[in-house]
Design a binder for this molecule. Structure first.
Ligand code: PRX
Length: 645
């Protein structure tokens, strides 16, 4: 702790900031002393309502019952587009930067509105109605945002599936939420390579007979298979469609979208967000965390397949009438200077990315950064995983020239928006700490008995009362919502993360305390990877843990026990890696597979992951107590095999 440098808000930034330290304190205090009053005012200020709500908040964390602004009527798409037409119709809404540095495009609010209305009508003409689920499996092209907004416009519930997921993962998600319509593209393009989205979708749909329509955007013109009973070209469908499509009046608590995320057990769950509270929370956090001023060019490098893309490429920025940059490519292609070239090219003011990208670029040295000016940058942000102080300092010094504050934003798919983050004009920065709660967020740290601790402490991070962006249920399984988030510490929302609060009251996220991995900022359940591995007929048992990885934050370490009489080999290792890739997607590929004659288990048969984590991290001197194992000899075998793996 003592060697952590505290960075004050840079003077140049402070002069123009929306919120200073005193304002933060006053607003925060009001937000927790009178949450209903505070959030009502913000809801009126940030959103346009067709009619007002009956009740600001209703909640019961024992039943996981959470309602904000119920009875209020609004439409998320209307809030993101229509209401801006008069004041900023000709202002850029989206800047699209293609994978190829020579390709880009902009859409004004008026153009985006027209495109969304057209596609909304196309959806309607194919039978999509309010409440229907629509799956979106797209590359990072404007049509991905258009598709989301078009669903929101007609009250359909979108379920975006990250384009890097496999056909198998896509299929599971389509079936779980019973989507009948899929929107995809012929191919995606990333880092100069084609991603066969339509072919993946075709494979997934072999097991999804209820999907009656597939809209395909022509991105590359690559060859695709065509099922004339099911497949339609996006460009043909919108060509004839009208630009007149009234926005459906939705209740604040009507679902806006489902987004699947991994947990410690079972298959990924469909996190359900509703309309009013989510949109308000996305908008207010976008404005204050990023200190967004009208006309700023704002760039979040996430994919719309993740919550970060939902809240901070589409809904938050557009609700605020911002200019949002959508990037199709990757940080290192054509070379490691790409991010900063895009910053100069589009005069980006705010840049928001993941620590894994920063660490990857840091390895390439300062030259690729320093060949650009980055003079437009005012603010930097990070999200997705803890940032190590070394990467933080590099980001601050090399990328931001010590001029731009960094906001380290802690939040989750479930929280809808930022929960703990420094507000850039108000809170001094501590590299590695997300610092303070956002307005209306009341975090707590509990001990193993679920008792809230005071002052300086470390334990499990909970949130003690609702905020508008909180997820409302697991789609189709409310009991799972209760069991996952409200059972461990009754009366509180349990985040699954550990945290420490320091003497100043600042929060430090220490990482997941459950069996969830965070690989390059992507969330994965160890159980998912294990289920994929045991599909192989040579595998008897598998246990997966995370281990520290220089660039990815966490790498995937799999212990595999083979069935009797099967010998380990490099070919088998490759088959297993390929299998995980096929089942889940490239992000879930194990980095290390260690053959394990047996796994360390308690006498009741529970795998002792604590020991597996220590071996994976090569912390062989601190394996802890192994006396409760059914067969303590297993540990010796594993530590020996580690050396020879
Ligand atoms: O462990 C925390 C980590 O990412 C998890 C949430 O993952 P996901 O739902 O995929 O959302 C990622 C984007 C919001 C959290 O439980 N995490 C996220 N942001 C941070 C973080 N860990 C430390 N610091 C952060 N800023």
């Amino acid at each position: 702790m003592s060697d952590i440098r505290i960075h004050p808000v840079p003077d140049g930034f402070a002069a123009n900031a929306l919120i200073d330290a005193d304002q933060y304190k006053a607003m925060y205090q009001r937000s927790v002393e009178d949450p209903e009053g505070f959030w009502s005012e913000q809801a009126e200020q940030f959103l346009t309502w067709f009619s007002p709500w009956d009740k600001t908040l209703e909640w019961d964390y024992h039943k996981a019952h959470i309602r904000w602004f119920e009875g209020g009527r609004l439409n998320a798409c209307y809030n993101c587009l229509d209401r801006h037409l008069e004041s900023r119709g000709e202002q850029t809404a989206l800047i699209w930067e293609g994978d190829d540095p020579n390709i880009d495009k902009t859409l004004t609010y008026r153009e985006l509105h027209a495109a969304v209305c057209r596609f909304a009508n196309a959806l309607k003409s194919r039978g999509v109605k309010k409440g229907d689920r629509v799956c979106i499996y797209m590359p990072m092209i404007p049509e991905a945002c258009i598709a989301m907004l078009a669903c929101a416009r007609i009250g359909a519930v979108h379920s975006v599936v990250f384009g890097g997921f496999s056909p198998e993962s896509l299929k599971d998600r389509i079936l779980d939420s019973d989507c009948r319509v899929l929107i995809t593209a012929d191919e995606g393009v990333r880092g100069g390579r084609q991603v066969p989205l339509k072919a993946n979708a075709d494979k997934a749909l072999q097991s999804c007979p209820d999907v009656h329509t597939v809209f395909t955007v022509k991105r590359t013109g690559g060859e695709v298979e065509w099922n004339p009973n099911r497949d339609v070209w996006y460009h043909e469908e919108v060509a004839e469609a009208s630009t007149d499509c009234p926005a459906e009046e939705m209740d604040a608590e009507d679902p806006l979208f489902i987004l699947y995320t991994s947990g410690s057990t079972g298959k990924p769950k469909g996190v359900l967000h509703t309309t009013g509270g989510y949109l308000l929370f996305a908008a207010i956090t976008h404005k204050y965390t990023f200190d967004y001023h009208d006309g700023d060019v704002y760039w979040c490098t996430a994919d719309v397949g993740w919550i970060t893309g939902h809240s901070y490429i589409v809904y938050g920025p557009l609700a605020n009438g911002a200019i949002s940059l959508v990037f199709e490519g990757v940080p290192t292609w054509p070379d490691a200077s790409r991010f900063w070239q895009v910053v100069d090219k589009h005069q980006v003011n705010t840049f928001y990315t993941a620590p894994t990208a920063i660490r990857a670029l840091m390895r390439e040295g300062e030259a690729p950064v320093k060949q650009t000016t980055r003079s437009s940058l005012k603010l930097l942000g990070t999200v997705g995983e803890p940032i190590n102080p070394e990467a933080w300092e590099w980001y601050y010094r090399v990328v931001g020239d010590e001029r731009c504050p960094i906001v380290d934003t802690w939040w989750q798919t479930e929280t809808g928006g930022h929960m703990i983050t420094s507000l850039p004009g108000a809170i001094p920065m501590k590299p590695g700490s997300a610092t303070r709660p956002f307005f209306g967020v009341v975090p707590g740290i509990v001990d193993n008995e679920g008792k809230l601790m005071e002052g300086e402490c470390e334990g499990s991070l909970v949130i003690t009362r609702p905020w508008p962006g909180q997820m409302r249920t697991v789609y189709g399984d409310h009991q799972r919502f209760i069991d996952t988030y409200f059972k461990a510490f009754p009366g509180y929302y349990f985040s699954g993360d550990g945290a420490r609060r320091d003497a100043d009251g600042d929060y430090w996220i220490t990482g997941r305390v459950d069996d969830v991995l965070n690989v390059s900022g992507h969330r994965l359940g160890t159980a998912e990877v294990e289920s994929a591995l045991v599909l192989h007929k040579a595998v008897a048992e598998a246990a997966v843990v995370g281990y520290p990885h220089d660039v990815k934050g966490q790498g995937i370490y799999a212990y595999v026990t083979l069935v009797k009489d099967i010998d380990p080999s490099d070919e088998l290792r490759q088959e297993l890696v390929d299998l995980v890739r096929e089942e889940i997607g490239p992000i879930a590929k194990p980095d290390v597979i260690q053959w394990a004659p047996a796994l360390p288990k308690t006498r009741s048969g529970k795998i002792m992951r604590r020991i597996l984590r220590k071996i994976a991290a090569n912390e062989l001197d601190s394996l802890g107590d192994t006396s409760t194992l059914a067969d303590p000899g297993v540990v010796g075998e594993l530590t020996e095999n580690r050396a020879n793996r």
